[in-house]
Ligand binder design. Structure first.
Ligand SMILES: [Zn+2]
Length: 427
């Protein structure tokens, strides 16, 4: 399977943060990674490949080099598996004006207009009654077929539409799943979820269900040089990390990848990059190898963290929004993101390391900086490096329309990112 085919498969299957973890686990298990549990004592071996699932929505994987020495340090890369969109509230079903609708809340910075008139489906996790009250049964679900729609209004009823129209999350953005009728149960949607799981609706205690764009990914452009798909932010990075760590052949030190949850809402949670789990986990690995806490702390100095998340591609219709000299046209390579306010954690030393890897391996890259009058966003690099103080850089593929329900990237930029991640885990 080509790198692009693998990415397309992940884009179609990782329809919630839980499915991002599941799909990552499937790929790594097929590559010989062995699952560990946090509550166990670990017997780790040089040359061993391991993974750890943290509460179903964050996943770590690591490889201990065959010639591992304590002072060699670790090479980590971190991405995220969550994406902006809608979550279904409890007691969601409503009848309004002859239609059945769902009550929702938004997750992350949603470009609301991009969700109108799309075929929408539902994926996430459902929690069921169990004999042990402290261990409810958790089941993943993906309806796969489009069951919801958020219809726009006709332009005839809002002639000012193209001058900018306010969309309120609790009003214009509620999805429709059916027309109303006497025959339709008041809990028809919940019953559909229960049926899909083969349980009774009364067995369902709670759920975390995403509404996702069920559009398929596609290649676009005269020579198919663009990839247009839902969830490029940040499954492009997750897949590049999986491919990179599986193909990485570094014999010294420790290679690690993480796909975190909760980046889109600030990373401050037990599954987010602001958790102390990453340093705890690294220390546990060192102790499990018969080393000491001091050995672990000594290894920080020569270690590296790549925070891998999408960047902004130069858009020809909005040229004034971009930096004067550091703009990134699609298909020029992956982006190295920098900002002196440390919204990107990159510094000149890590940039130089990345540039030297790229020059050695013939990989295309471009430096991205923001327009100085536009504050822009940040990502998990600065947060993770505050919890684990090692040299850090922010990199990723540039996109058009970040946080739209469909985003666009350059096919060559993705190939460059995969090549870089493989080199990072190899050299
Ligand atoms: Zn992102």
């Amino acid at each position: 399977m080509s790198h692009m085919e693998k990415l397309f498969e992940l884009l179609e299957n990782a329809t919630s943060q839980f499915h991002a973890v599941l799909e990552t686990k499937k790929q790594l298990t097929a590559q010989g990674f062995e699952e560990l549990h946090l509550k166990d004592n670990w017997k780790l071996e040089k040359g061993g490949k391991y993974l750890l699932d943290h509460h179903g929505s964050t996943i770590f994987a690591f490889v201990i080099g065959e010639e591992f020495e304590a002072e060699d340090g670790f090479r980590i890369a971190a991405a995220h598996g969550d994406f902006p969109g809608f979550r279904i509230k409890p007691n969601a079903e409503m009848e309004v004006g002859g239609y059945r609708q769902l009550n929702t809340e938004t997750y992350g910075g949603v470009n609301l207009a991009s969700w109108l008139d799309r075929p929408l489906s539902v994926a996430g996790r459902v929690v069921l009654k169990s004999d042990d009250v402290f261990k409810p049964e958790v089941r993943l679900i993906d309806l796969k077929r489009p069951v919801l729609l958020i219809p726009n209004i006709a332009i005839h009823m809002n002639r000012e539409m193209n001058k900018g129209t306010e969309l309120r999350k609790q009003v214009e953005m509620l999805p429709v799943y059916s027309t109303a009728s006497e025959e339709l149960s008041k809990e028809a949607f919940l019953e559909c979820i229960a049926k899909e799981l083969g349980v009774e609706a009364s067995d369902i205690l709670d759920y975390e269900l995403n509404i996702y764009n069920a559009d398929k990914p596609s290649m676009v452009g005269l020579t198919e040089e663009f990839v247009c798909a839902p969830r490029l932010d940040n499954l492009t990075s997750a897949q590049a990390l999986i491919t990179g760590i599986a193909d990485g052949t570094r014999k010294k030190g420790l290679n690690m990848m993480v796909v975190f949850d909760h980046e889109e809402i600030g990373s401050r949670s037990k599954q987010g990059a602001c958790s102390t789990l990453l340093p705890h986990l690294l220390e546990k690995i060192y102790l499990s190898l018969g080393l000491t806490g001091i050995d672990f702390k000594n290894a920080l100095e020569d270690s590296l963290l790549m925070s891998v998340d999408v960047s902004h591609a130069y858009h020809p219709n909005y040229g004034a929004k971009y930096d004067l000299t550091n703009r990134h046209v699609l298909n020029q390579g992956f982006a190295i993101k920098a900002a002196c306010d440390q919204s990107y954690a990159t510094d000149s030393e890590t940039i130089a390391i990345i540039q030297q890897i790229c020059e050695k391996e013939g990989i295309a890259y471009k430096k991205f900086l923001k327009h100085s009058d536009s504050p822009g966003g940040g990502t998990l690099g600065a947060i993770a490096s505050a919890m684990l103080p090692i040299r850090t850089a922010d990199i990723g593929v540039p996109l058009w329309a970040m946080h739209s329900s469909r985003e666009t990237m350059g096919a060559k930029d993705y190939e460059a990112l995969v090549a870089f991640m493989t080199a990072y885990y190899k050299l």
